[in-house]
Write a protein that binds this ligand. Structure first.
Ligand code: 13P
Ligand code: SF4
Length: 299
């Protein structure tokens, strides 16, 4: 039996659906029932009827699906698939900021551990951060863990005071303005599409800044034929499916090793053995649910 037949059979036996982020391997995106950005996947996770969710992504994604669906079994093809940035915030610093500013909102990028979410007022993703921060009544915003996304949002919301945290995504940080310029010099008509986890000098060069879904949508609407895509390379699979005649260029190897740990074999094995089940302490799950629910309401 082929691996695809095996996964399809196991999906039926386990009453499972497969969710995948745009950064996982092409063949994993191909077998998924739902593929999308972090916001779409967290919304979809609340609408699923099946008993089991196989989350093809990194740990914070599986955790968020479990937080929002405590009655469902959420399994990860590889428990080691993690996002380093999700751990890059300090609880003592959050508490200190809360003491300093009475009117503080701790805004937590969804790329964060469940524990960090429990210390936060609202979660955001790259596709809704601007909208949510603008909608908050608070004047002081402590943005965790991603400094770059925080700075990008702050640049668009000048009337609020931001406190930044020094977390970052090493994958997006590796994209440099210098390398983009080299590609742009060769392809002067190419539009520059940038994920807001990139640094501000890269963002400043962009024709479009947005989440992975935002980038895909932009390409489908744009009249341009060439694009320099400044985000993880996995997004190309969907871009090429949607616009096979357009040219997608990169400005260096942009590769998330955590996302690439997810393989078809691991999907089949996890489903077969019902292993790598996401478990959270009940207290953590209940507290982390609040900022995620608020995001779903505001976003
Ligand atoms: P999206 O919000 O576009 O899904 O991005 C998630 C992510 O991990 C980016 O590195
Ligand atoms: Fe985390 Fe960066 Fe990978 Fe996104 S691309 S999951 S932010 S390490």
């Amino acid at each position: 039996m082929s691996i695809l037949d095996k996964i399809n059979q196991l999906k039926k036996e386990r009453n499972a659906v497969i969710l995948a982020h745009y950064y996982v391997r092409d063949e994993v995106q191909e077998i998924a029932d739902y593929v999308g950005d972090s916001f779409y996947l967290s919304k979809i996770a609340t609408q699923i009827q099946a008993e089991t969710i196989v989350f093809c992504g990194v740990s914070f994604m599986g955790e968020s699906a479990k937080i929002l669906n405590p009655e469902k079994t959420v399994i990860m093809p590889d428990m080691e698939a993690d996002c380093p940035m999700a751990h890059m915030a300090d609880i003592d610093k959050i508490n200190a900021a809360r003491e300093k500013y009475e009117d503080l909102a701790v805004v937590c990028y969804i790329n964060s551990t469940a524990l960090l979410k429990t210390y936060s007022d609202v979660c955001v993703t790259s596709s809704n951060a601007l909208k949510i921060v603008k909608a908050l009544p608070n004047q002081h915003i402590y943005f965790i863990p991603d400094e770059n996304l925080g700075r990008y949002v702050a640049s668009k919301v000048p009337d609020k005071h931001f406190i930044f945290n020094d977390g970052y995504c090493h994958v997006h940080k590796s994209i440099t303005a210098k390398n983009i310029q080299i590609v742009k010099d060769i392809h002067p008509k190419a539009e520059i599409l940038v994920h807001p986890e990139c640094t501000m000098d890269v963002i400043a060069m962009a024709d479009y800044v947005g989440s992975t879904s935002g980038i895909i949508h932009y390409v489908t609407e744009s009249r341009a034929k060439e694009f320099i895509v400044c985000t993880e390379m996995g997004v190309r699979y969907e871009l090429q499916l949607k616009k096979p005649k357009k040219l997608f260029l990169d400005a260096g190897q942009c590769y998330c090793s955590g996302m690439k740990l997810v393989t078809l074999e691991k999907v089949a094995e996890a489903l077969e053995q019902m292993k790598n089940v996401v478990e959270l302490e009940e207290e953590v799950r209940i507290q982390a649910r609040k900022p995620l629910k608020r995001m779903l309401e505001l976003g």
